[in-house]
Design a protein around this ligand. Sequence first.
Ligand SMILES: [Zn+2]
Length: 365
Amino acid sequence: MDLIELTRRLIRFETINPPGNEEACARFLGHMLADGGFRVTYHALSPGRVNLMARSPAVGGGEKPTVLSGHLDTVPLGSTAWQYDPTGAHRVDGRIYGRGASDMKSGVAAMVLAALAEGADAPVTLILSAGEETGCEGVRALAAQGVLEGPVRALVIGEPTANYPLIGHKGAFWLELEARGRTAHGSQPELGENAIGKAAEAVRRLMAIDFENHAHPLLGRPTLNVGTIQGGININSVPDRAVAGLDVRTVPGLGHGALRALLEECCGDLVRFRIMADMEGFASDPRNPWIQQVFDLAAPYLDESPVPRGAAYFTDAAPLAAAYDYPPAVILGPGEPSQAHQTDEFVIIRRIEDAISIYRAILRL
Ligand SMILES: [Zn+2]
């Protein structure tokens, strides 16, 4: 199938997550890949939802495969009305409109056709995941099922970067902190133990952490934000419980176990922590020869020579890189980064055509 038509066909599968319903889209692509001689397996996530893995005929010859990966789910439409039908895949002025046009059905289409074109000679494993937009559930399930067997040569994630190769992103470590106290009448606070006071002191100490000893050469320092706080039932009682939500964006080199110990030490016995989300980031070495080759072959398609940079958002790259023991990895896809999750999302057709050329060249490295 033609690249542009495949992109449009994929947009017409409604895979808004929640609930996702990625299975029909995955089976459609699985048939195409099986017809092309790929060994296709489906890995259930939940009813109506599967991850797809497809190995090219050249896998198994002793050479390590390159992994191309993208997600099949999209985010919801938002409350603003769309000018273009979100599943209509309308083609207007060199663009295709629809939910997932940039993030990232165009990337999936280019990856599938690049793999089919090169797969007879190049060892390539395609991983098309469900549930990425709600915390990389699909890839995390694959890792838990033990089907991500290494070693692999390298990883390419087709998220929207306008074909710019990004080589890392921060991790996310979300925690709830809880302070406990002892209630008393509001007129006699000295008889109680104020949980809000403890939480406030913990929050003050946490927000003063500057992570200056943990700066990463590519991704900079970790950041810490307190996003929520609740405590107390009524104004004339001493509150015996307060909770706050902490969002730490982390960098490789400060593992989440060590980070938790640092946060606990900072707060002493004021609060207790509970983990809400725990996803480590990744960063490829910019001096790695494969990374350098990808920079060189992407450069003609960009207005500039790529320099080592990371993404601001979290992707399947991190759990995949961890499962495969950190091979060199890039995030590179034809979608426009500014279009991800937007009303009237579109992708520029020329970028999809460039992406398939770049992916094919990567598979020939
Ligand atoms: Zn995405």
